[in-house]
Design a protein around this ligand. Sequence first.
Ligand SMILES: [Mn+2]
Length: 381
Amino acid sequence: MSETVLSFLRYLKCSYLKGFANTSPLKIVCGNQSADLDSVVSAISFAYFSYLKDPRNPILPVVNIPRNDLDLRRDIVSVLKRQSIPKNLLYFQEDIRDLKRQFGCKVESILVDHNDPQSDLKLIIDRVIGIIDHHEDLGLYKEEIAQSNGPRIITTTGSCSSLVLNYWYDLIGPESVAQMKDSFPLCLGAALIDTSNFKFKVEEADLKVLGIYKKYLPEVNFEEYYKQIREAKDDISGFSLKSVLKKDYKEFVFDKSSSPVRCGIASVVKPLSWLRQEYGIENIDHTCSELLKEQSQDIFLILTSFIKENTFLREIAFFAHPDTIHLCDEIISQVSPALKLKPIDEVQVSSENCLKAFDQLNVSASRKQIAPCIERAVRSL
Ligand SMILES: [Mn+2]
């Protein structure tokens, strides 16, 4: 069997789906709603490895955004292009919605890079049959996953792709490594970005895959590959502000005894000063309030991370409208000690809305830690 990721994806589209019988559920594996490189390659690799093990029961890899939003993620586009994987062989939110309607079937999903269904797929997925993730464990789906004999692996790692690769390498590595190898450059790309070329956030699982990559990809110059993906990821030239804010974006609903607090969190690879210079404060005000309205949210956060004079820095900006400024202030004072916030700016961006910006001196906390931190703050109010 000479399988590649590309031939697997072609098989799904040209053969498997054409003969799909709705007597069985459609199985998918999907990444999280930010659809970053880690989520996308984790889903594709999981589906591919699973196919190598059990070709009769294929799983569709799903990118958890609308198809049109993929082009905003230039790092992903470049990594896929390197492996000659075209966009038209991938599945997006709307494709799964359409397939479910077309086949009139149930949808069962493995979640990678998150552990509770997110976005539109929440309404589409009927059953969770496996989880491989490196976010905070919400403790869900234990029984149904056990019933379907799926993996439920939730561990701290730099990259979720490391957990996916280790899981399958242990299962089928010895006999299938020659075929598995075709997706190693995808997983390596995510690991390089998530650990800054194995320098930060590196955990045991990441070190284990590093050994695999070194052994099976001797021709790849890691430093160069990392630089190339990093550059593509940081290249947001020509994007509208809205695209910049939606490029790496997650929504959260935090429970508060009286009413839930809805919060959107955008991650941006440039400093706030760059956003201000590039788009102007009026545009920032306008776009943030538009996003708040569109998603009916209470507060909107912009997390920035960037390198300045060889130092890795983070900032955080809280955007609120008149009704939520008070709530926002309370959250800020609660999370401030843990995140080590130092005010840099407080802008009355317009007559009614407010944007409060801080240097985040605790630079090790990314959205993965910040979201639970805000949730605890909301619950304590
Ligand atoms: Mn991840």
